[in-house]
Write a protein that binds this ligand. Structure first.
Ligand code: NAP
Length: 307
């Protein structure tokens, strides 16, 4: 019986494991692929305090070594289902079944892909899914953002302070994002900082070692044009990984609802990082959630005579 079963070995899961282990608790971390989550596909991390510059994979490796050196057990197994309703939480994987007094859900969210030619090849070489993480690399460069929701609009506003010019490509002529953001975008359009490319779809990403241009199809005219850019920021939504957590409350976008102490609606089940309904999804906030959850988990264990 583990004190806590942590599902997901990203920054949130690893921080929770670190804090629990240091508090003398017996935590198991389950991960379906490799440690690090979204960090692994981030080339440059320059907003993690104390570290001027590091690639995401190296930061993930350092976090992983930190917890395994402390003696945290990490198993690479795919969680298929859970029974979280009772005092003892049961977590089933493709290989085994585990029992825990508590569960911390830190499964993250997966970026929706455009699924066009060049996307995989240029990921981290100009194709990015996080403007706040990678935007600073494109100072005074021409970049494109694709999407029509709040994330794409906020990405454009953020990039307008960094990049030379931004092309916002959206598949319709109306934005899904909030009007207040749309008005700010339109102001920047009038100032020539942003060019709106509406009713249009990115059909190919071109380059050599890095992105050089994108091919865009106008769905009304059926004409294709090539736009020279150094980066394409894809902001077409994300999918939180929650399928295996029956009974856990989610919001209208599918993210797990948590309170400020990282409790879910189920007693003994905690959640944090990108899979939770947070308003900022960064490495540093994921770590913060993991640390906060560990405090709540410790209190829960003490209250339920588990400690
Ligand atoms: P979203 O609201 O789901 O918007 C995704 C956008 O991408 C939509 O405009 C959609 O077009 C477009 N899209 C989807 N699939 C596409 C594809 N294959 N090719 C081209 N375009 C595609 O996602 P989000 O912007 O990431 O926002 C997620 C949630 O977080 C929302 O509830 C949002 O309000 C919230 N959020 C809030 C804030 C804030 O309040 N400050 C900031 C960021 C996010 P269509 O419109 O045609 O479907």
């Amino acid at each position: 019986m583990y004190d806590c079963i942590i599902i997901g070995c990203g920054p949130s899961g690893m921080t929770c494991a670190l804090y629990l282990k240091r508090a003398g608790k017996n935590a198991l971390v389950l991960e379906r692929s490799m440690p690090g989550g979204q960090m692994v596909i981030t080339t440059n991390v320059e907003n993690y305090p104390g570290i001027m510059h590091i690639d995401g994979a190296s930061l993930a490796t350092q976090m992983f070594e930190q917890i395994t050196n402390l003696g945290v057990t990490v198993l690479f197994e795919d969680v298929t289902s859970c029974d979280l309703s009772g005092d003892t939480k049961i977590v089933k994987t493709d290989k085994n079944q585990y029992e825990g007094k508590t569960v911390y859900i830190a499964t993250g969210a997966t970026n929706r892909l455009l699924n066009v030619e060049g996307e995989k090849k240029f990921t981290s070489k100009g194709v990015s899914y996080c403007a706040t993480c990678d935007g600073a690399l494109y100072k005074n460069k021409n970049v494109a953002v694709v999407g029509g929701g709040n994330t794409s609009l906020e990405d454009c506003l953020y990039l307008s302070n960094v990049a030379k010019k931004i092309y916002l490509i959206h598949r319709r002529d109306e934005f899904r994002g909030d009007d207040i953001l749309v008005q700010k975008i339109k102001k920047l359009e009038r100032e020539g900082k942003i060019e709106l490319v509406l009713n249009s779809q990115v059909v190919e990403i071109l380059g050599d070692e890095k992105v050089k241009s994108i091919k865009v199809l106008n769905k009304i005219t059926s004409q294709t044009k090539t736009i020279d850019v150094d980066a394409l920021f894809v902001a077409i939504g994300r999918k939180p990984d929650t399928e295996m957590f029956e009974g856990v409350d989610v919001d209208e976008s599918g993210y797990i609802k948590v309170d400020k102490e990282k409790n879910t609606n189920i007693s003994g089940v905690f959640c944090g990082g990108d899979v939770s309904n947070t308003d900022l999804r960064q490495i540093v906030t994921a770590c913060g959630d993991g640390a906060r959850a560990s405090i709540s988990i410790n209190s829960y264990l003490a209250k339920h005579n588990h400690s």
